[in-house]
Write a protein that binds this ligand. Structure first.
Ligand code: IMP
Ligand code: MG
Length: 174
């Protein structure tokens, strides 16, 4: 299984630097605001854990489970399998994702939190694959790295729920 994913695309050191930079930026941008960070499970769990530790302002956090993928293809249909319990009305929501591909998941989640009367809803993603975007008007507020049109695993990202535990981002070649 691991012979298909030996090539490292983004090193652990690069990821560390990226998370520090985003954490600093978010801390500045949300200074004085009531921030709620919502991680999209399961892919965001490692990025989320790293990111919130680099944010220096007060925040609350929760997770939501959304699923759109089977294998290496998006299904287009986004299902919310677990809602966030935290109250978001009047608060500033920052959704944390592992990667944005077609954009279906995030556009669905943005509307979801806007309908719950969040004061603002923004997106922070570790990786972005703009070449694959289907939802063209999706505005991504914070991006760690842009990646090419390839399937990537590690740092929380999976292939059929495996390989999330690689500390770096690797290319997966089926
Ligand atoms: P979207 O709805 O098409 O933007 O897909 C977003 C979700 O698809 C992410 O949260 C990931 O779970 C998954 N995904 C997209 N591209 C990749 C990839 O290259 N590796 C692993 N998961 C991916
Ligand atoms: Mg995901």
């Amino acid at each position: 299984m691991y012979d298909k994913c030996e090539e490292i695309l983004i090193s652990r050191e690069s990821l560390d630097g990226m998370v520090k930079k985003l954490g600093r930026q978010i801390s500045e941008d949300y200074e004085g605001k009531e921030l709620v960070v919502i991680g999209v499970l399961r892919g965001s769990f490692i990025f989320m854990a790293d990111l919130v530790r680099e944010i220096t302002i007060p925040l609350s956090l929760d997770f939501i489970i959304a699923k759109s993928y089977a294998g290496t293809e998006t299904t287009g249909e986004v299902r919310i399998l677990k809602d966030a319990d935290v109250k978001v009305a009047g608060k500033h929501v920052l959704i944390v994702e592992d990667i944005i591909d077609s954009g279906f998941t995030l556009s669905r989640l943005i509307h979801y939190f806007e309908n719950r009367n969040a004061a603002s809803v923004k997106i922070c993603t570790a990786l972005n694959k703009p070449s694959r975007r289907v939802v063209k008007d999706l505005h991504v507020d914070y991006v760690g790295f842009e990646v090419p049109d390839a399937f990537v695993v590690g740092y929380g990202l999976d292939f059929n729920d495996h390989m999330r535990n690689f500390p770096e981002i690797r290319l997966y070649r089926p």
